[in-house]
Design a protein around this ligand. Structure first.
Ligand SMILES: NC(=O)c1ccc[n+]([C@@H]2O[C@H](COP(=O)([O-])OP(=O)(O)OC[C@H]3O[C@@H](n4cnc5c(N)ncnc54)[C@H](OP(=O)(O)O)[C@@H]3O)[C@@H](O)[C@H]2O)c1
Length: 276
C-alpha cells in the first residue's frame, strides 16, 4: 500500500512546521504549504514537499490539491493550521482587516476542506484537523476579531464532523494554548497598528505587553506539543473530537466552563494586566 498523504498549511513556521515534521516521521508523504516558500526549504531538505499556497487565493488552493492528487492519488490528512491573530479593539480594527482575518483563519480552512472532501469520501477515509485555539473557547480583551474566527471554526468543525461521519471521514479540533511561535509578536504588532492611539491606548499597551512577554518567556509550550497531539489524533483508531493542549489550554477552558461570565471577565482582565 502506498504511503498515506498529508497536507499541512502554515508549514513555514511554528506549529505547522513541527506538524509537517511529525507526520513525515510517522511515514506520511507530507506536503507543507505556505506563502513564504523560501521558509519551506528546511522542510524540503528533510523530505517534505513544499507547496506555494495562499489560503485566501482559490486558484492556489485548487492548484495545490490538484498537484497532490496527481502525484500521490490520495489525500488522507488535511491539517488546516495557517492562521494569525489580528488583535485590536473591536471599534478600531478596520473591517477590511477583520474580513481578511476571517478569510485566512476560517474561509481558507473551509475552502480547502471542500476541495479535499470529494477525494476523502471516495476513499471512504480521511481526517481533517482544524487548528483553532483555546481562544476558540475563551475570550480576551482586544482579541474579539481573532476569537470570532476561532469560535467560528469550532462550530463549523462540529457541524462538519456530523456531516462527514457517514463517509468515514474524521474531523478533529486542535485547541493549542500558549505556544512559542511567531504568533504573539504578529498579534501584538497588529494590535498596536489598530489601537495604539485613541480611546483604547492604555488597554492596547497592556495587552500588547502581555502578548510580547508571553512570546518572550519560556512559559509557552514548544510547537512539538501540538505536533504530538496531531500525531496521536491521526494514528488513533478512533480520534478524540478535540485535543486541548499547550500552556494554559486545559485550565483556562475549564475555568471558562465553570465560572460565571463576570467572574471570568475579572480573571482574564487581570491575567492580561488590563488597566482598572
Ligand atoms: N502560537 C500560539 O500561541 C497559538 C495558540 C493557539 C492557536 N494558534 C493557532 O495555530 C496556528 C499556527 O500558528 P503558529 O503559532 O504556528 O504561528 P506562526 O508561527 O505565525 O505560523 C503561522 C503560519 O500561518 C501561515 N499563514 C498566514 N497567513 C497565511 C495565508 N494567507 N496563506 C497561507 N498561509 C498563511 C504562515 O505562513 P506564510 O506567512 O509563509 O504564508 C505561517 O506558516 C494558527 O492558526 C494560530 O491561530 C497558535
Amino acid at each position: 500500500m502506498p504511503a498515506k498523504t498529508a497536507l499541512v498549511t502554515g508549514a513555514s513556521s511554528g506549529i505547522g512546521e513541527a506538524t509537517a515534521l511529525k507526520l513525515h516521521e510517522l511515514g506520511y508523504t507530507v506536503y507543507g504549504a505556505a506563502r513564504r516558500t523560501d521558509r519551506l526549504q528546511k522542510l524540503a531538505d528533510r523530505g517534505i514537499r513544499p507547496l506555494a499556497m495562499d489560503v485566501t487565493d482559490d486558484d492556489s488552493m485548487r492548484a495545490g490539491i490538484e498537484k497532490i492528487t496527481a502525484e500521490t492519488g490520495r489525500i488522507d490528512v488535511l491539517v488546516n493550521n495557517a492562521g494569525y491573530g489580528s488583535y485590536g479593539a473591536l471599534e478600531d480594527v478596520p473591517l477590511d482587516e477583520a474580513r481578511y482575518q476571517f478569510e485566512v483563519n476560517v474561509f481558507g480552512a473551509i475552502r480547502l476542506t471542500q476541495l479535499v472532501l470529494p477525494r476523502m469520501r471516495a476513499q471512504r477515509s480521511g481526517t481533517v484537523l482544524n487548528v483553532t485555539s483555546m481562544g476558540g473557547k475563551i475570550y480576551t480583551p482586544l482579541g474579539g476579531w481573532y476569537h470570532g474566527t476561532k469560535f467560528a471554526l469550532e462550530a463549523l468543525s462540529d457541524c462538519l464532523r456530523l456531516e462527514a461521519k457517514p463517509f468515514g471521514v474524521n474531523v478533529v479540533v486542535i485547541e493549542p494554548g500558549g505556544i512559542a511561535t511567531e504568533w504573539g509578536a504578529i498579534a501584538a504588532d497588529k494590535l498596536e497598528k489598530s489601537s495604539a492611539d485613541g480611546a483604547y491606548a492604555a488597554q492596547a499597551a497592556a495587552v500588547a505587553s502581555s502578548l510580547r512577554s508571553e512570546a518572550n518567556t519560556n512559559r509557552n509550550s514548544p510547537p512539538s506539543v501540538i505536533a504530538d497531539a496531531i500525531g496521536k489524533a491521526v494514528t488513533a483508531r478512533r480520534p478524540k473530537t478535540r485535543y486541548a493542549t499547550g500552556f494554559g489550554a486545559r485550565p483556562l477552558i475549564a475555568l471558562r466552563r465553570i465560572l460565571p461570565d463576570r467572574t471570568f471577565d475579572t480573571v482574564i482582565s487581570r491575567a492580561v494586566g488590563m488597566p482598572r
